[in-house]
Design a protein around this ligand. Sequence first.
Ligand SMILES: [Zn+2]
Length: 258
Amino acid sequence: MSELATTSRRRILVVVAHPDDAEFICGGALSRWYREGHTIHFCLCTDGNHGSSDPEMTPERLVAIRQAEQRAAAAHVGAEVTFLNFVDSELEPTLDLRKAITREIRRFRPHIVLCQDPTLRYVDTYINHPDHRAAGEACLAAVMPSASTRLIFPELLVDNLEPHEVSEVLLMGTNSTDLWVPFEEVDMTSKLMALREHRSQLGDWEPIAMLQEWATSTAERARAAGIECTYAEGFKRIVLRNVDETLTQEAEAMAAEN
Ligand SMILES: [Zn+2]
């Protein structure tokens, strides 16, 4: 599977633990999907309020800085951001987190949800942040069964947040890639510009060499799977419903209303 079909406008919800996670992991794919006319929304589980080793920095000041940086970064792909405001580096896959993500799914009603792979604990040169695993674990439970089951979290119904069935989940930061999303130079530029909005994290570091290395080595693996591309990002795809059928049903329902 090389890419998402692009015949109709999809709603894509990106659920991540920290400001800058989405830009690092899937900024190229998001840029491409934005160019293709899909609608993107970000859900940030934490506001990154512990992401500094500066002795002058306080968590309160850092929240304001990182929320502004994330909003600026999301704007590069036309996305708005919901902050769930759980504490950075203390995230757990609790029922509270699951309910908060369920609320966002029922509110935004995405066809596609992107989240971090909760099963990735480490690779040869990296230990996955426990917040990433917690965000992914809670998000998967929010997609199935909480978002689609009416009697789970009945307080959401009071706010008119009716059940919603997500069509596909794409896991990011995974060792089980089976979906390769090629992207273009223009998307690499967009990814880089979005990432540079996170000034409190990047400091003087210029990320372009690393981003190009990631995107070209992923593209190499994509080409080995038969997909011609220069840059790519990889995901594990979970198909719960046929997204094209869902889009057709939505269009029919809208036509019937009018
Ligand atoms: Zn992170």
